[in-house]
Design a protein around this ligand. Structure first.
Ligand SMILES: [Zn+2]
Length: 485
């Protein structure tokens, strides 16, 4: 996107639902998709006289995210009431964290692909705090008014607030995708975008290039997909630039992004923190974490996807796109590394099988790799057999279907199914000679400059060899013959 001589400043607030068993302050199940108003109780509905109890898992998950994003963890912190009225909030306040969030002052390194190059960018993390989700309004045209489902009240959330460090929609997308994969690697959120497990608010401002003071920002709510976030940023940047170009000024406001229409519309003038009358939640104790607990959680953080993608590119020579697709799924990246450890098959070859046939089968059947009989050793050996010319790529697919479902030895399958590729020139010569004899026209065509006639001839050889001839070898023999005469 061309922003003319303006610079776009983007900051993001990501709300991620945590995949704990129960809600944040009561024992209701944290479950999506159950019948409306069946997973709620007097506590999460805020009945007078009830008291909340903090779910320890929520703190654990949030601290893990804090470590993953290089934050300072506040061992002592509190929770606060954020007061506002909305029909999906029965208590008329949300328990959140105001001045002392659980995690603060971190950063995340992301890989940004833009204009054909890949670069690393560090994005500051202002804070991560814990809070409860609100219910959900259901609008149905079959009756006047709206209904409310309280099942989502009290679902635990972390809000991850970034510094205004992003300078394009591409950087914002890279940031969002990295946040999502970090959540998945930590296994603390199911990240189902279609179920609203990750939602984001987008802050956008623009300024003339070279200026150091930030412009007035607008916040866009209701952004539910990453591509929608990109569209919202580009739309809003263009809108603000147009206003400034016409001599206007940007009003600080909250806008609603309408992805279907591709535009943002004003919702309300931006509220300030004071409008929410934050005060410390009197019904909950101060959160006090001992150092050993915090340190122990730090040790549980695995290698994170952003680091792993960079390492896959460096260590295995994969492209950014391939590395990203592998790393996206912890299971695929483990399979890749274990198979690549054999050193006999090329990393690129292994990667192609994982991103190709294996991903296809997983998508079609809904199975995970663990649900199949495929092992890293077998995958490596299969690729090795194809790369060494022992079997053809086509036969490789036959072997693949078998080792997926049966615990069988690859060499035995090749033998049983007679899949071994013939690469021996003396065995192939007879086939090639026969094809040449029967296809004089194609040979003349090739000599006459129709180079694709060669492909036809190789195809004929493959057919004559019942798919067992090594196509590269037969091509070589064909060319030898054509050049000779
Ligand atoms: Zn409840």
């Amino acid at each position: 996107m061309d922003y003319k001589d303006y610079e776009v400043i983007v900051g993001l607030e990501v709300h991620a639902e945590l995949s704990t068993e129960s809600k944040i302050y009561c024992s209701c199940r944290n479950k999506f998709g159950v019948e409306v108003n069946t997973e709620c109780c007097p506590i999460c509905m805020g009945m007078p006289g009830t008291l909340p109890t903090l779910n320890q898992k929520v703190v654990e998950y949030a601290v893990k995210m804090g470590h993953a994003l290089n934050c300072t963890i506040h061992n002592v912190c509190k929770q606060d009431r954020k007061n506002y009225f909305y029909p999906d909030l029965p208590k008329a306040y949300q328990i959140s964290q105001f001045d002392i969030p659980l995690c603060e002052h971190g950063y995340l390194d992301v890989l940004v692909e833009e204009d054909g190059t890949v670069r690393e960018k560090r994005i500051g993390i202002t804070r991560i705090h814990i809070e409860e989700d609100a219910g959900k309004l259901l609008h149905d045209e079959s009756f006047a008014g709206s209904l409310v489902d309280f099942n989502r009240c009290g679902v635990p959330l972390i809000e991850i607030v970034s510094e205004p460090d992003m300078r394009s929609s591409a950087e914002a997308k890279a940031y969002l995708e990295t946040i999502k994969s970090v959540l998945q690697y930590l296994d603390i959120s199911d990240c189902k975008m279609q179920e609203g497990s990750i939602r984001c608010d987008v802050n956008v401002s623009v300024r003339k290039k070279g200026e150091t003071k930030f412009g007035t920002r607008c916040e866009m709510k209701n952004v539910n997909t990453f591509s929608g976030a990109m569209r919202a940023i580009d739309f809003e940047a263009q809108r603000q630039i147009a206003v400034l170009e016409q001599g206007g000024i940007i009003e600080q406001e909250t806008r609603r992004w309408d992805d279907a229409k591709g535009e943002s519309i004003p919702l309300r003038s931006k509220e300030d923190a004071q409008d929410y009358r934050y005060f410390p939640e009197p019904d909950l104790l101060t959160i006090v974490l001992d150092d050993a607990y915090v340190e122990n959680l730090k040790r549980q953080i695995p290698e994170l996807p952003n680091k792993k993608t960079a390492r896959f590119m460096k260590e295995y020579g994969l492209t950014y796109g391939d590395a990203l697709l592998l790393v996206e799924s912890p299971e695929k990246s483990v399979l890749f590394e274990q198979a690549a450890a054999s050193k006999k098959a090329s990393p690129k070859g292994i990667c192609n099988w994982i991103l190709g046939d294996i991903t296809r089968v997983m998508n079609e059947t809904g199975k995970t790799i663990a649900d199949t009989k495929l092992t890293p050793e077998k995958l490596a050996y299969l690729v090795e057999c194809i790369e060494s010319g022992k079997i053809s790529n086509t036969s490789g697919k036959v072997v693949f279907e078998i080792i997926l479902n049966e615990d069988k030895n690859i060499d035995e399958i090749i033998k049983e199914k007679n899949l071994a590729q013939i690469s021996d020139a003396s065995a192939l010569n007879a086939i090639v000679e026969e094809v040449i004899k029967n296809n004089q026209k194609s040979i003349d065509d090739y000599r006459g400059g129709k180079t694709n006639a060669l492909g036809f001839l190789v195809g004929q050889c493959m057919k004559a060899s019942k798919g067992q001839g090594n196509p590269a070898k037969m091509k070589e023999l064909l060319l030898e013959y054509i050049d000779k005469q």
